[in-house]
Structures are given as C-alpha cells and as structure tokens.
Design a protein around this ligand. Sequence first.
Ligand code: UDX
Length: 435
Amino acid sequence: MKITVIGAGYVGLVSAVCFAELGNKVLCVEKSSSKLDELSRGMSPIQEPGLTEILDKNLEEGRIRFSDSIKEGVDFSKVIFICVGTPQSENGMADLSQVEEVSRQIAMHMGEYKLIIEKSTVPVKTHELIRRTIKRYAREDLEFDVASNPEFLREGFAVYDFMNPDRIVIGVESKRAVEIFQEIYQPFTENGNTLFVTKTSAAEIIKYASNSFLAIKISYINMLADLAEKVGVDVDMIAEGVGRDKRIGRDFLNAGIGYGGSCLPKDVNAFIHMAENYGLDFGLLKETEKINLNRRKQFLEKVEKLLWINRDKKIAVWGLAFKANTDDVRDAPSLGIVKGLLETGAQLCLYDPEAMENFKTIFSESKKLNYVEDKYDALHESEALLVLTEWDEFKEADLKRIKELMKLPIVVDGRNIFNRDKMESEGFEYHGMGR
Ligand code: UDX
C-alpha cells in the first residue's frame, strides 16, 4: 500500500518507518528542513531501539522517503495519517493549531477520495473539526473520511510496541474507511490481532482514558505508599498482593516519586479540561495529579529530614530521565527535585546514562551543580545518594564501592530499586518510598 504520514515527530516517524518495514511505500512529510536533512541521510532525530536500523534499511530499499511538501503527500496516497504535535497550551488544553493547518492544506490539495486519519493525541470531537475544515476548503464534490487511530507507544519500546500491539483501535464512520484500515493492518490481523472498530469519538477518548488509567494506578499505589510508611510495611508487598488479582494486575503499581514524561502528565491534564468543557468534574484525575506532584515534595522533605540541613552538603543524584531507557526529561520528577535541592543550598553532583545533555539545557553547570560521566564519580564525599530513575545499571551497581566512596552511606531510593534488607546488611542507612 501507499501511505502518507504527516509529521516526523515521535509517533509520526515511528509509524512511518514501521509501515515501510511492513512492506508499504511510505512518504513522510516534515516541515523542519534540518530534520528532513537528517532523516534523508538515515539519521533518526529520536533515540529508539531499532529505529535507525529499520530507517536505513527502508531508505535503501526505497520503501520510505521524506518531503516537505504536503501537496506531494496528498498526491502520493489515499491514506493520510496526521501525526503532528499537539502540545499543551497555557490553559491546559491541547494546542491544535498544527492539526488545523495540516487539515486545511490537505483539503486544498485533494483531487480525489482520501482517508484522513488522526494519530496524534487529540481531544474528543477533533475529527469533527477536521471534517468541517476539509469540507470548507476542499472541492465540493470530493468524498473523504476522517478517522481516528490512536497510538499507544511507550518511549524506549516504540518500535516493539508498534510491531506488537496489544490492540489496534480504529474510530470510523464509514464502511469504506473500515475496509482501508483492514488492508493497512492486514499484517497484524493475519497474525491474530483484531481491529477494535468503534466510533471516532470513542477512539479519541480511549487514548486519554488509557493514559489516565495508568496514571491513576500509579497515584493509587503512591497513596498506599504513604500508608505503608506510617504502618511500617513495604508497599511492594501490598502491590504484589493486590496485583495478583488478574482484574487489577501488577503492572504500573510501582511506588516512587511519581510519573512524568511527555504523555501521562499532559494527557491527564488535558482530559480534566476536556471534561470541564462538558460541564463534568473529573475529580478522580485531579486527585491523581495532586498525589503525583506531591511525591516530589515528599521526597524533598524526606531528604531534608534525614540530613537536617542540606546547605553545602554534597548530594549525589543518580537518574534524571523520567523513566529508564530514555534520554527524555520532559516533566520528569527529577526537574522539581533538583530545583528544590538547589533552593536548600545543597551541592549536587548529577549522573544519568542518557539524559544529562537534555538536563543541561534546563540546569546548566554551576558552583552548586555539576555533572559526571561515571556514576561512581558522583559519590565522592557525598552525604546522601538519591536515586530518581530506575536504570538497570543502578540496580546492578557495586554496593561495596558505593559505600566506600560516600562520606555517609545514606541512600534515598525514589524508585525502590534496591533490596532493603541487602542495603541494610551492607551497612547503608536506606530509605525507599513507602517502605
Ligand atoms: C505512556 C504510555 O505507557 C503509552 O502507552 C502511551 O502511548 C504514552 O505514554 P511513556 O510516557 O513512554 O508511555 O512511559 P510509561 O512507561 O508509561 O511511564 C510513565 C511514567 O510513569 C514514568 O515516569 C515511569 O517512571 C512512571 N511509572 C510507571 C511509575 O512511577 N510507576 C509504575 O509502576 C510505572
């Protein structure tokens, strides 16, 4: 099949490259000339396991190419995926200006039937605005469909998740559109996946509802972490016991300093605002957000309580990325925690295997803050080690070496990655979250 993808951001690029890998001919439209240049040379602007390899392979085999022309994209295929950015605007709603602009341009260049698919995360009823825009700007006699096909990729697993979906959600209003989707996703349906075909508004809601549910799970276990701490039990035990109920499941019940990233915080917030527009109060999600933001504050309080006074004390920080296996620091809990520590006058030494460059664009090096290239170098003379990301290399670290290097062996584990008994038997003063 021929497929056009507009927008080579996270979702767009991964989708374009994966559709090409599945044997389709793909044209990916991107307006940034520097990005286009990189992509045409086989370099991916985002780091995702396997992405560069399949980008190179498909460029070489002529199944994918890049262009800055929406007209070319519209002429290329009857299937057009809109994957442009929908950043959070100041009022908490998604900013849809790029979606509107692309819809107008598609309309102006259309000469025959098109299936226009929103893959970006957009508020409910956006498909109606896209449809109205296309109707206004396109030739009157032209037929078209607007559909929703939300994406559920996790950072660090994007290619894997695209190729091994839990579910493929299709929001459509016509039989013709369903048939085209069946063709697009045939490689998956042949392997036993089924398409979940629903109304377009339902598909739009499913994306927000999924991310919000994950956020609720995390805040729920974090709420229980507070109780566990007061009572004197480990929250991990509670997560294990509760999670063994198949209806609940153990995933996303890891307590800690809370969720971050480019999706969960933004989507929860946008969902709350979307509900408000319908006169509904999503108090459950407001509480989820509140618990999440409080985690950072509670972590800071925990550190300050342990050290009594932070001023001029050397503190090592391991982990800046919002989660392991990514260099992304957007909305990462580390941002608020580092800011809070600096406000108390602590002397910080930061390390992250991937995210330091991104973090430096927000917190540059100073007298009170420096970065090191080796995790052990962060520990010299430190009076506490704070763990903010669940990287495997931290879990596997040499505990004896850590203890030798530190001035005081105090570990505050914001992600509960260490075994408490083991830490204590090695002579650490160990503090987790809800343990
Ligand atoms: C998420 C969704 O999982 C994905 O389906 C959607 O398409 C995009 O948003 P992502 O942002 O990559 O993916 O990260 P995810 O793995 O969901 O983790 C989100 C945050 O929650 C991270 O900060 C992580 O550390 C935190 N988290 C996750 C917890 O604090 N506890 C958990 O048990 C799980």
